[in-house]
Ligand binder design. Structure first.
Ligand SMILES: C=Cc1ccc(O)cc1
Length: 178
């Protein structure tokens, strides 16, 4: 994708795969101006996936985008995308309980919101684990807004390679072999 990002509209509907400098691989989709979907492929909570997370999405200056949200787990996230430079900076603020019991969060969260809310009350919040990292973008796709095929299944080994190699989406950015 050789697009130059200038406006907020340019950014909305874009699908990204990137790897943080600590080795954690994430996949993230700017679904619309207030919603994000994502899958986690590497790191402390690899295997977790989420649809329809409410988020604040703004353009800070031409081609630079800030996204912030707080999750049902109590985890807070701040992402700064610089897609024209192929990179971003992300900070994740994990409650203590997620660091101690990451396996509880490794699921399709949408079907387990009650468990996340019970766990954040049951276990400890502090001290939080703050993980600030730069990441390099390995894939960008123009999925269009509100495309439910972008993040639509549990992550499997090799999924990010399939996407990068053009084996996962057809020319209309619909999932192949559904
Ligand atoms: C905890 C979620 C999350 C999603 C994307 C990202 O880059 C960092 C954290």
């Amino acid at each position: 994708m050789e697009k130059q990002f200038k406006t907020l509209e340019d950014f909305l509907g874009t699908h990204f795969i990137y790897t943080y400098d600590n080795g954690w691989e994430y996949e993230w989709y700017a679904k619309n101006d207030h919603t994000v979907d994502y899958r986690i492929h590497g790191g402390m909570v690899a295997g977790r996936w989420v649809k329809d997370q409410e988020a604040d999405i703004v353009m800070l200056t031409e081609g630079v985008y800030k996204i912030t949200w707080t999750e049902p787990t109590g985890t807070d996230v701040a992402l700064d995308f610089m897609p024209n430079e192929g990179k971003l900076h992300g900070t994740i603020f994990f409650p203590k309980w997620v660091e101690e019991h990451p396996e509880i969060t490794v699921t399709f969260q949408n079907e387990h919101i009650d468990l996340m809310e019970e766990s954040r009350e049951k276990y400890e919040t502090y001290p939080k684990l703050v993980v600030p990292e730069f990441a390099k973008i390995s894939y960008m796709g123009d999925a269009g807004q509100n495309n439910e095929d972008v993040i639509s299944e549990e992550p499997y080994d090799g999924i990010t390679s399939d996407i990068r190699n053009g084996k996962y989406f057809d020319e209309n950015y619909k999932r192949i072999n559904k």
